[in-house]
Design a protein around this ligand. Structure first.
Ligand code: SR1
Ligand code: MG
Length: 399
């Protein structure tokens, strides 16, 4: 079978590749005739299939030569390669918080991971009201562990150089982030999708505010010039699956080296978004945000205090001097988090890739109000980010 010539595989083609790969065929069990396959493509970019055999299941993801939801938007194929690399590189830091990486087929840009049978996507679980409270403690640990263990705190600069090299080619997906999150929503752009005329005034004010242009410029600078650690790069509630308290992070195709507050900010931004879209859940979302930060802060400090091999930054600290430096770094991460959370809220409200959460509002006027409230809060977050000192300052006050 030809594994070197890329073609977009249909279900029969996927089954043939699995049958041809002994470790995967053995994992599924039985004979290929007993395997079932169903397409579950749901994200914007790739095709995804779940295959079940008598013994177990696998999840197969293949890059398409275009954005899945817009075939006219052409894309290089390498994104599954970067997702495979991301999974491989963070497995030592968070082995139980991601699905197992089973196989990567380079010529077909095809990634095979453990099938998360019985898990739901966090975004949908929030919409359905079925997510069990407390999940953000695990996400806080996930961001702390994956970022600390791939950071300049834990590795010498030579290892960080190699890590940056492994991900520096992920430019097509980084371009999506730069455009869709950090640029398009802040000026008139044909990719934006604005609930009009209801949001026109709010959006025009946002897009013509020089203070916002300056503050977003700072976020662009942080995103592109602060390679603190290996990031997931797209850590929203659609990239997290859960079954009860068992949480797995998926979809690391946007991986790159960047500021830690970016992963944290996308996550918190999506919880804030859900709170605006579903005010009945606001208290729960705000509790999750506090829990996330407590958990991240505690785990990050613990790893820093207890990891025996340290990197080339802050290499001269003692137990007495370390807390001051930790406080300063965590304060910077919190400020980055606030700014990126604001940008994420804005792009999910008026940009290209919007979210299902707002559909919880039963009427168009109610949806417009929820969006307007979200945009106003996000604007404040972006403008105030450099002065924020507590996680509570990110949470809207009740009026
Ligand atoms: C064209 S891709 C649009 C969005 O989908 C992905 O999940 C990322 O969030 C990206 O920004
Ligand atoms: Mg995704």
């Amino acid at each position: 079978m030809d594994l070197t010539t890329y073609r977009t595989l249909d279900p029969e083609g996927i089954l043939a590749v699995l049958a041809h790969t002994p470790a995967l065929a053995a994992r599924l069990g039985g004979s290929p005739a007993q395997w079932t396959i169903r397409e579950v493509s749901d994200g914007n970019l790739n095709s995804v299939f779940l295959v079940a055999g008598p013994d177990s299941g696998v999840c197969v993801k293949q890059s398409l030569p275009h954005v899945r939801v817009d075939p006219s938007w052409k894309m290089p194929l390498e994104r599954t390669l970067y997702e495979a690399r991301y999974m491989a590189d963070i497995t030592p830091a968070a082995p139980t918080l991601i699905p197992a990486l089973l196989h990567y087929e380079p010529g077909l840009f095809l990634l095979v991971v453990e099938s998360l049978t019985g898990y739901g996507v966090l975004r949908q679980s929030l919409i359905d009201g079925t997510a069990q409270p407390g999940f953000s403690a695990t996400i806080g640990q996930y961001v702390a562990r994956t970022c600390f263990h791939t950071s300049t705190l834990a590795h010498g600069f030579e290892a960080m150089s190699r890590l940056q090299e492994r991900f520096s080619g992920n430019t097509a997906l980084t371009r999506i982030t730069v455009d869709l999150i950090l640029t398009d929503p802040f000026h008139p752009h044909p990719r934006n999708r604005i609930l009009s005329p209801e949001l026109d005034e709010t959006v025009t004010a946002l897009q013509s505010d020089p203070a916002i242009a300056i503050a977003v410029g700072w976020l662009q600078e942080r995103f592109l010039t602060a390679p603190q650690a290996l990031l997931h790069g797209d850590l929203h509630t659609g990239s997290i699956m859960l079954k009860g308290h068992d949480i797995r992070v998926i979809d690391g195709e946007f991986a790159l080296c960047g500021p830690i507050g970016f992963d944290a900010g996308l996550y918190v931004g999506n919880l804030l978004l859900h709170a605006f879209a579903n005010p009945e859940a606001a208290d729960q979302m705000h509790a999750e945000i506090r829990l996330f930060w407590q958990s991240f802060d505690a785990e990050f400090r613990t790893l820093w205090n207890t990891t025996p091999t340290q990197g080339d930054i802050h290499s001269l600290l003692t137990e007495t001097t370390r807390p001051t430096v930790q406080n300063r770094m965590l304060a910077t991460i919190l400020q980055d988090l606030a700014g990126f959370a604001g940008a994420e809220i804005i792009r999910r409200t008026i940009g290209y890739a919007q979210i299902a959460d707002y559909a919880l509002q039963p009427t168009r006027p109610a949806r417009a109000k929820a969006m307007r409230d979200a945009l106003e809060h996000a604007r404040t977050l972006i403008l105030n980010a450099p002065r924020l000192t507590t996680i509570d300052a990110l949470i809207p006050s009740r009026n």
